[in-house]
Design a protein around this ligand. Structure first.
Ligand code: MD3
Ligand code: FE
Length: 214
């Protein structure tokens, strides 16, 4: 048993000013989203990127859409091509785009149109340390995140690294829209617990829809 919710348990909660947790919002689309992730990763495989400090990330990453987020020894940035292939990132599927636009609208961000989707793959033990997302340059746009597969514990802090951190479970189909003051809040993911998910196997996937500006 991976978790105790079903697709019928949709619920909305404001986690902080501007940050809306839409529980199970993507539950009915999850099978389609997972199939699209498989297709994207056949062209642009998940890889463990290296941070500017020289550490290999435990989370596997790829992208779709006009821009993709990358890190290497030179720094963090968005770019139009996959550094592994030199080719443009795979197109953003229509189902991804409409889900992100609809969720942003429901959370009060009517003008959001993402041009980048980072796809994270966590296997048991993988984590993401507390950080801010600030490579997009324009923070008036929200970020929309979609959780799929194994559940994870999300850590949500404040605008300063030392602010107190609250923990939230994020499960299959949960969507969060991060805008307003929460857009630059520190956040992270605790090491993924061992498990197997019916639809996603031994993994958690997270989509983050962003508007990158050059
Ligand atoms: C809060 N991903 O890719 S999604 C990331 O589950 C990232 O893979 C995590 O943090 C994951 O950068 C967390 C939730 C999330 C995404 C973006 C945020 C929370 C956020 C931006 C601002 C504040
Ligand atoms: Fe982040």
């Amino acid at each position: 048993m991976d978790d105790l919710f079903s697709g019928l348990d949709k619920a909305e909660e404001e986690m902080a000013e501007g940050a809306w947790l839409l529980r199970r919002y993507a539950f009915d689309n999850a099978g389609d989203l997972l199939a699209q992730i498989e297709g994207i990763s056949a062209t642009a495989p998940f890889r463990h990127m290296v941070t500017p400090g020289g550490f290999s990330m435990s989370v596997g990453m790829t992208n779709c859409g006009p821009f993709g987020w990358v890190t290497d020894r030179k720094g963090y940035r968005y770019q139009k091509t996959d550094p592994e292939s030199g080719q443009p990132w795979p197109a953003m599927p229509e189902t991804f785009l409409s889900l992100a636009i609809d969720a942003a609208k429901d959370a009060g961000y009517a003008d959001f149109v993402p041009n980048a989707c980072l796809i994270n793959r966590y296997e048991p033990g993988a984590k993401m340390s507390l950080h801010q997302d600030k490579d997009e340059r324009d923070f008036t746009n929200p970020i929309v995140s979609v959780s799929l597969g194994l559940p994870a514990t999300f850590q949500f802090g404040g605008i300063n690294r030392g602010d107190p951190v609250r923990k939230y479970p994020l499960s299959h189909g949960d969507v969060v829209v991060w805008g307003g003051p929460s857009r630059l809040f520190y956040h992270g993911i605790m090491p993924l617990k061992e498990g197997t998910h019916d639809a996603a196997g031994r993994a958690r996937f997270n989509l983050t829809f962003r508007h990158a500006a050059l």
